[in-house]
Design a protein around this ligand. Sequence first.
Ligand SMILES: Nc1nc2c(ncn2[C@@H]2O[C@H](COP(=O)(O)OP(=O)(O)OP(=O)(O)O)[C@@H](O)[C@H]2O)c(=O)[nH]1
Ligand SMILES: [Mg+2]
Length: 453
Amino acid sequence: MLEYIKDIDLGFKIPTPDKTIKVAITGMSRSGKSVFLTSLINQLIANDKLPFLNDKLGRSFVARLLPPDSVYMRFDYYNKLNAFRSSTPKWPKSTKSVSKTTLQLEFKSDYAFLKNQIVNLELIDYPGEWLLDLSLLNMSFKEWSEYMIELASKPKRAKFSKEWLYDLKQQSLYKNGDLEHCEEQLFDLFSEYIKNLYYHGFSFIQPGRFIEPGDLKDDPLLIFTPLPTPKGEVEANSIYANFEKRYNVYVNEVVKRLYLEHFEEFDTQIILVDLIKTLNGGRDVFDDMHLAFKNILKTFTYGSNNIFSKFFNLKIDHVLFAATKADHIPSSNHEAYMKLLEEMIWDIKKELDIKHIDTEVTIFSSVKSTQYVKAKIDNIEVDCVRGIVEGESELSTHFTGFIPKSYKDDDFWKDNDFNFVTFAPISFPPRDANATAHIRMDRLIYSLLKGRV
Ligand SMILES: Nc1nc2c(ncn2[C@@H]2O[C@H](COP(=O)(O)OP(=O)(O)OP(=O)(O)O)[C@@H](O)[C@H]2O)c(=O)[nH]1
Ligand SMILES: [Mg+2]
């Protein structure tokens, strides 16, 4: 009979790191953050598909996922991995709250008598919608309202915002009264406007909790909208006074707490860009995503004279822009895909450069879910991708059109009617020794680690 042994001493302690690298993964909702994190962990643990990284590092390493700390919710890597490993593999659901995990890398020293280098990679996942709330920390209710109303009045947004803007003119905003109903009506119309923007692929949407409320679902704190600046007196219990109060609580408690807890002291920032969405969505979607990135950049001023840097210890000196989902595009078009990303961020890159922040631009795919194939259209051979479209069961071949190298090409938006489909993921290998197929993840991981390990 087996004897029960109490208090087994595993004889294994988690080594203390020589260094901790905090990686800020920045990206709008659905840009691919959770999939990237899952693939990153999967790739580093298996380390069987990272030739570029291994070649550049020149020394071997092992990666282990550390047990959760008790304070924060853990990024549920294993659930996501199991969903990817199933016979009908699934993408993760949209993220609803913040979670963290730490991947520990141990690098072999050059000689047996030297200590190995231990590096902790701290990773955080969060709903993309919350990212843009960062810039609220720099804005008073008056400033935010003026900016939002100006934006809502622009032609590309006016078709969605007109009912809310009309209602703003009907309400008595600055006088006391029995206002609950009016406040809710304004809130409903504003929420509908920004949800409509969201469903039409727009990126610059605030406040993020109106789209993904997390633990604030149905919380009356969220009952506010931007309001026109008063010309005269504002009474203490008016709609304006109430909305301003709630906005201030939202910014000072919800937004500030989130960023103090999770977004402080980054070493390196990776900005994931969903260019596929801009190609599918057209000019308005492209312009709006560009606007959103500019606003994020303004918030991460990376300088010393910004209100934001009073709250946060910003020491980022390296920003990596990475266009995700490159497996939608045949490899012959990858160079053009990269050029489009360069064009999208050219002015942002210049701003960073002047502040001595290095930028890098790359394209990649966390989970390569297609194969590149040749097909014939009207007897002309073209490059295509082949995969299983989400919701279908059979492989199909897709010609994606030719990706121009510039959005500014004559009639780019008129001539190109891209219609990229969503592919189902391929099933991950069943064992940790093998990682999933990817595109250029090894280059991207090297960019995250270089100069730091
Ligand atoms: N083909 C392909 N699709 C991808 C890849 N990465 C992400 N996707 C697609 O993009 C969708 C969103 O990816 P997520 O990682 O969940 O996006 P997210 O940034 O975490 O989104 P939120 O949690 O909503 O902020 C997935 O459901 C896939 O359809 C990739 O490498 N290849
Ligand atoms: Mg996510």
